[in-house]
Design a protein around this ligand. Structure first.
Ligand code: FE2
Ligand code: FE2
Length: 287
């Protein structure tokens, strides 16, 4: 979509919000109360941003429709912070004002220029897709589920919005910069998603998921986003599946040496695994 179409989308989305059942009785188990609310408070802090530096950086694009779309994007994120704030109040949990992960996230965002800022934001959006899916599935509270539904609807379009911008940005760069930028993005994502998986591991367990599942599905979502950035195909994510819809993944062209190396590594991995299997299965002598 071009900037005018994104602006139209954000305007429509602003006036077409899902109803949230704030009046239903609070439902939360002691296990969820102990770990998930603390975790949600960190995400609530992450969603809260005045958007000052993003707004300032967006002006450098000189695209009025894009700047207006960014304005509405910031407003949607602030709405997420407001909704999550109301969820915390519903469970009588005070909001956080500082957390090291939020400090690090903001430091990274504010020093990288507009495309860098969009890149860091995109990582947070991809992480949010899986995180809010797990919360949506693992909780019985009607209001919290409604908030997750609304945020998931918004975030999947945020990912597409950022991917399309980065596709245009990469398209103006030299063929040397393109794979390099993509590699840096992948490394940053590996760091960010691993930190989130570890930091919120007890919440994932309480919600019936795990840090492993979070990491695995987030990587699949990342792969779809990277494909969208490199090819210009739209990012499509399904709430029903809880992950990006399977599509033809972008596969880097590989030389014969690279193909042979990949096969050798695969065989070596199987050799390593199966070498120990007889010892483990045999175990202590059986009678
Ligand atoms: Fe958000
Ligand atoms: Fe978002």
């Amino acid at each position: 979509m071009n900037s005018a179409e994104w602006l139209a989308y954000y305007r429509q989305n602003r006036s077409d919000r899902l109803p949230i059942a704030w009046d239903v009785p609070v439902q939360i188990t002691p296990a969820l109360r102990a770990s998930v609310l603390r975790s949600l408070a960190r995400f609530q802090l992450g969603e809260s941003s005045a958007g000052t530096s993003l707004r300032r950086a967006a002006r450098t694009t000189g695209d009025a429709d894009f700047m207006a779309a960014i304005e509405l994007f910031i407003a949607e994120e602030q709405e997420h912070a407001r909704l999550l704030g109301r969820v915390l109040a519903r469970f009588a949990v005070p909001p956080l004002h500082h957390h090291w992960s939020d400090w690090l996230f903001r430091r990274c965002r504010h020093r990288l220029g507009f495309s860098g800022e969009i890149t860091v934001l995109l990582m947070a959006e991809i992480v949010a897709l899986k995180y809010y899916s797990v919360v949506r599935t693992g909780t019985a509270d009607g209001a919290l589920r409604g908030v997750c539904d609304q945020m998931l609807h918004d975030e999947k379009f945020h990912v597409r919005f950022h991917c399309e911008y980065l596709h245009r940005w990469l398209g103006r760069r030299s063929p040397v910069v393109q794979p390099l930028a993509s590699w840096v993005f992948t490394v940053l994502f590996a760091g960010a998603t691993t930190v989130v998986a570890w930091d919120h591991r007890s919440a994932f367990l309480a919600l019936g998921s795990s840090a492993d599942e979070f990491l695995n599905d987030s990587w699949q979502n990342f792969q779809a986003a990277q494909t969208a950035i490199l090819t210009g195909r739209p990012f499509v994510w399904s709430r029903t599946l809880g992950r990006a819809e399977a599509g033809p993944a972008w596969v880097a062209p590989r030389s014969e040496f690279q193909q042979a190396w990949a096969l050798a590594r695969q065989s070596a991995r199987w050799l390593w695994t199966l070498s120990f299997q007889p010892l483990v299965l045999a175990g202590p002598a059986r009678h």
